[in-house]
Write a protein that binds this ligand. Structure first.
Ligand code: MG
Length: 323
């Protein structure tokens, strides 16, 4: 390309990103750039902030919901101040097999979140270790979105049978790659056994970086008080926690919703000011899917297309955001 033309295009792109201000009364308009202070997520004034929202399902299973209108509906009608793009790195048509389509889906959600003025998790939704692919992916994301206060990087959703040593090595590589480009946006680090082993994390945390938090995931039908106790102990040792995925049924994503245990978890997260994101905006015949198949891809979801779990999630967010 003609170098002069390249400079003009680069200047235009830079100008566009600098002139993009979040809507004034939006979550990002009010809270701005996030940081971690001690174990607490704080806004740009240093005050504690809680993010509450919904996760999209695997992009390769439910791509139809990965659009700006669905994001806007979750923000305006459900009052989410964060959404999560779960970029599938397993199952057919995943990021490794079809990166162009995966990036299109992620970009739709991130751009929707920027437009609506909410925070967004860019989630590398994998149970397996793909260090080089994750590194390249997050370099791309940091280059594209590192100047936006909206964006949070979730570098490994639910490592399964890896040790913390292995997860830590992976995380160090990906964090270094992100920090070479974006020095400040929050990075969420996973932990072994589907983000439950914060006890092992607390014995050997990542050092030398700021704005790092660790994810804990729970399914209230399976994970009872022991997981809250374990997480409390880690927080007491200085580990900042973000619940980037949770729900009320069993860990399979199916089975009955344990409303009383869900409420225990909600009360605990509110007391500890832990941000949380419910799983998921999808339409499978399982109890964690929030919608039925005839629900529109673009929001406008009325009660008759929202399943029990979707109604509980929406009501919990509405109640807590207004307190
Ligand atoms: Mg940044």
């Amino acid at each position: 390309m003609n170098p002069i033309r390249l400079v003009i295009i680069a200047a235009f792109a830079l100008g566009m990103s600098c002139s993009s201000h979040p809507p004034k009364d939006s979550a990002v308009g009010i809270n701005g750039k996030l940081a971690v202070s001690g174990t607490q997520l704080v806004n740009e004034k240093g005050s504690p902030v809680m993010l509450r929202g919904a996760s999209f399902g695997w992009h390769n299973l439910w791509p139809r919901f990965y659009n700006e209108k669905a994001v806007d509906w979750l923000v305006t009608d459900w009052k989410c101040n964060i959404v999560r793009a779960a970029m599938g790195v397993a199952i057919e048509d995943n990021y490794l097999e079809n990166p162009e389509f995966a990036l299109e889906c992620v970009n739709n959600v991130v751009k929707g979140a920027i437009k609506s003025g909410v925070y967004v998790l860019i989630d590398f939704h994998s149970h397996k270790k793909h260090t080089e692919e994750a590194k390249k992916f997050f370099e791309m994301m940091a280059t594209q979105y590192g100047d936006y206060p909206n964006v949070i990087y979730e570098i490994w959703n639910e490592p399964d049978y890896y040790t913390w040593k292995e997860v830590k090595e992976y995380s160090a590589t990906v964090i270094d790659a992100i920090r070479a480009i974006d020095q400040d946006n929050i990075i969420l680090v996973g932990s072994p056994h589907w983000c439950q082993d914060l006890d092992t994390v607390s014995m050997d945390p990542i050092t030398g970086h700021t704005n790092i938090m660790y994810t804990m995931h729970f399914y209230a039908g399976t994970h009872k008080k022991w997981l809250r106790d374990r997480t409390d102990a880690a927080m007491e040792k200085g580990i900042p926690v973000f619940v980037s995925e949770c729900a009320g049924m069993e860990a399979t994503g199916d089975g009955p919703i344990d409303e009383s245990e869900w409420n225990e978890y909600i009360n605990w997260m509110e007391d500890c000011k832990i941000s949380w994101i419910a799983w998921s905006v999808s339409d499978k015949n399982e109890s964690c899917s929030m919608l039925i198949p005839r629900a529109s891809s673009y929001g406008e979801w009325t009660d008759d297309v929202i399943k029990k779990w979707g109604k509980i999630t929406r009501q919990t967010i509405l109640d807590k955001q207004s307190e």
